[in-house]
Design a binder for this molecule. Structure first.
Ligand SMILES: NC(=O)c1ccc[n+]([C@@H]2O[C@H](COP(=O)([O-])OP(=O)(O)OC[C@H]3O[C@@H](n4cnc5c(N)ncnc54)[C@H](OP(=O)(O)O)[C@@H]3O)[C@@H](O)[C@H]2O)c1
Length: 239
């Protein structure tokens, strides 16, 4: 257990997407820093597995960010809190632009972009003084990658939304973390094999770890003068 961090002691952090990957790493770091943490996602089974690993202090809640009623009910159950983090990752289309199924791209956009939109819209009224919202985009927002057309669009839209609502929701701070390629999937998955081939193109010559990306969210909880900004953690991908 790490020492408790005064900034997060007794703070309540809500992580939608907290049952795995980057969101799970944020939940773990926030708990180690003394926060009360709520992890949320669609699958109760995945949440239970994550909660068993995180320990009994974590609260878990089912929510589907694609469904507005589910989002409203979720925040009513959670009540007031300090920081909202969204790390939703839907099934992302990875084919070439001309071959992609448009409906699959729209469904993914609906979960990732509109999911973050719905969560910010309905969660804002429950955020306490000095609180914040942190979205998640991804490096395809600022660099072209083969097979990432839909992903690029939803990530860029996420960063633009955060900037716009940072003005309207102030003093609530609204920021985005933009991860590079992260080692979050089983090594045998097709995506893991694909992103591994990108490692040698990075100055740091390796994929990121979820815990390295999670540090950026903790920075944004703590830094009271950051809003409307994007923190890129990408191993140098955009050098
Ligand atoms: N991993 C990378 O290399 C990478 C790179 C750049 C950007 N990113 C971005 O970073 C974020 C996290 O990625 P990750 O790899 O950590 O993802 P992950 O491990 O697949 O976790 C995604 C989380 O989202 C939840 N989720 C999916 N759809 C949802 C919905 N409609 N409503 C509520 N929860 C939902 C999942 O749980 P349920 O299935 O239970 O709902 C899970 O908890 C994503 O926005 C991703 O695009 C990741």
């Amino acid at each position: 257990m790490q020492p408790e961090n005064a900034v997060l002691k007794n703070k309540k952090i809500v992580v939608v997407g907290g049952s795995s990957g980057i969101g799970y790493a944020v939940a773990q770091k926030a708990m180690n820093a003394g926060a009360q943490v709520v992890i949320a996602s669609r699958s109760n089974k995945r949440l239970s597995t994550a909660a068993r690993q995180l320990g009994e202090r974590v609260q878990r809640e089912v929510v589907d960010a694609s469904n507005e009623q589910s989002v409203e009910d979720f925040f009513r159950r959670v009540g007031h809190f300090d920081h909202l983090v969204v790390t939703i990752k839907p099934q992302l289309p990875s084919g070439r632009f001309l071959e992609n199924d448009v409906d699959a791209a729209i469904t993914a956009f609906d979960a990732k972009f509109w999911g973050q939109y719905r969560l910010a819209k309905h969660g804002a009224q429950y955020i306490r003084q000095n609180g914040s919202i942190t979205f998640t985009s991804g490096i395809a927002s600022r660099r072209g990658y083969l097979g990432h057309s839909a992903v690029s669009a939803m990530n860029a839209a996420t960063e633009a939304l955060a900037k716009a609502i940072a003005i309207e929701l102030a003093p609530i701070r609204v920021n985005t973390v933009c991860p590079g390629f992260v080692d979050t999937e089983p090594p045998t998955s097709g995506r893991a094999q694909h992103v591994k081939t990108l490692s040698p193109t990075l100055p740091l010559n390796r994929l990121g770890a979820a815990s390295e990306i999670a540090d950026a969210y903790l920075y944004l909880f703590a830094n009271s003068y950051s809003t409307g900004t994007v923190v890129v953690v990408d191993g140098g991908a955009i050098c």
